[in-house]
Write a protein that binds this ligand. Structure first.
Ligand code: AMP
Ligand code: MG
Length: 439
């Protein structure tokens, strides 16, 4: 980023990261935004975050540097504006793992403890995460402009977004419509990546979807273990609105909210403008599906296309679900092909079908193997491993567990021997893994 790590680690640097002083030239702001939370519109805003400023990195890209957990702002409502160590380290670990998995995401530059307690169900260690993002322009930012601003404000926001993220459409005849289409494309690609890796965001409210196409706001997110499309981890997602299988649908729902804000800019004829928006949003499914099936082919070592490939994938997923097989590890077993996923006749039959399918392409077995290694991660941030790292950090101030975990998660496609242990499943537990929001 063009930042000097050693300077960030000295007293002055740490005081910036802790929000105790402000770097020269920075004018911190809390951003206003609104959004639909679990389907209901509400006014939100940076209630516990502060944008320190933007950093233009050596390659010319511009990044927001934001403190999360730095105290109250005008948008804090009843909240204290603070964050606890566990959830901030959790965002650190998972966002960095997502980056290593080649999934667009905000990054984590630092976590510091503040030395002050935060009051939750019990006293926790106050902490601040420094988040780096291509921007924090959310679907909810546009909803804010629509509901609390003027038509001119929406235009300004759209122009700003185009200039920051979609310069290639600046000269398009209907650039605001192009903006919607481009955002849809990036989200279709992003959500397909989530599905392919088994990532469940957990709180896909419109304020947690950004126009840059990065994954943002690692609150109650978690990775699916045994394949089950109904998987939900978040304690507050009672009805499974944000379950694994619903993520593409919810993306469409959120993009529809974005489209509503842009419609007035598309065409003077309102009906025509709405039709344009509807058609663009409806295209999401095909875009998403193309990314998904192409990703699935890669996960199975398939290079060419056959009409029945989707059926082959669906059969595998159904078998995984029926047999309670781990999603990530099933693909690892297939990649290293030393055994069947399990010994049931159905799995063996599927395996033979898949092997026969691999014969119907020009590429060699070795090429398939290589494709599979690069498409199937050896490790994901398994919930019990993340918890173990957080416990050591929080209870014993022992950060070595976390640092080792991050080093393992850093190269998910390397398939090294020391990753094996991190691919193992937790011992059976009576309690279902649960995640919590805004903690
Ligand atoms: P999130 O769940 O992080 O997406 O946050 C949803 C909304 O709640 C955002 O507007 C946050 O700024 C706000 N929020 C979350 N935690 C706090 C807190 N401790 N104090 C004030 N606002 C908060
Ligand atoms: Mg949020």
């Amino acid at each position: 980023m063009g930042l000097d790590i050693n300077e960030l680690k000295n007293d002055e640097g740490v005081s910036y990261l802790a929000g105790n002083s402000v770097p020269k030239g920075s004018i911190p702001i809390a951003q206003a935004y609104a959004g639909h939370q679990f389907g209901y519109f509400t006014m939100l805003g940076d209630g516990r975050a502060l944008l320190l400023g933007e950093q233009i990195i050596p390659d010319g890209m511009r990044y927001d540097i934001q403190l999360k957990g730095s105290g109250r702002t005008p948008y804090s409502r009843g909240g204290d504006g603070r964050a606890a160590l566990g959830p901030m380290l959790r965002e650190y670990i998972v966002s960095e793992a997502m980056h290593a998995l080649n999934i667009p995401t905000t990054r984590s530059l630092a976590v510091v403890t503040t030395g002050e307690p935060v009051i939750r169900e019990r006293l926790l260690k106050g902490s601040i995460l420094t988040r780096v993002a291509s921007s924090h322009i959310r679907v909810g930012t546009f909803e804010y402009a629509l509901n609390f601003g003027t038509a001119e404000n929406i235009k300004q926001l759209a122009d700003y977004t185009i200039n920051r993220h979609y310069r290639e459409i600046t000269n398009d005849e209907n650039k605001y419509f192009s903006l919607l289409k481009e955002v849809i494309k990036r989200q279709a690609s992003l959500i397909a990546k989530w599905q392919l890796i088994g990532f469940i965001h957990g709180v896909m409210n419109t304020d947690n979807m950004v126009l840059s196409g990065e994954t943002i706001d690692y609150g109650p997110c978690a990775f699916m273990d045994a394949y089950n499309p109904d998987t939900v981890f978040s304690s507050i997602d009672t009805y499974g609105r944000y379950a694994y299988k619903n993520q593409p649908k919810i993306a469409v729902w959120n993009l529809s909210r974005l489209a509503e804000t842009l419609v007035p800019l598309f065409n003077e004829n309102k009906e025509h403008a709405i039709k344009l928006a509807q058609d663009a949003v409806a295209e999401f499914y095909e875009l998403y599906h193309n990314h998904w099936i192409s990703g699935m082919r890669s996960k199975l070592g398939i290079f060419n296309e056959e009409a029945d490939d989707e059926k082959l994938v669906e059969e595998l997923l159904n078998l995984m679900q029926k047999n309670n097989e781990d999603y990530t590890n099933t693909f690892i077993k297939l990649t290293f092909n030393d055994t069947f996923v399990n010994e049931t006749a159905e799995f063996k039959e599927w395996h033979n079908k898949w092997q026969a399918r691999l014969q119907r392409q020009a590429q060699t077995k070795e090429e398939s193997f290589e494709l599979m290694q690069n498409s199937n991660p050896a490790v994901i941030p398994r919930n019990h491993r993340v918890e173990e790292a957080l416990r050591a950090a929080d209870e014993k101030e022992d950060y070595s567990v976390m640092e080792h975990l991050i080093s393992i998660l850093n190269k998910p496609f390397a398939h090294t021997a020391d990753q094996k242990e991190y691919a193992e499943l937790p011992p059976p537990s009576l309690c279902k893994y649960k995640t919590y929001c805004g903690t």
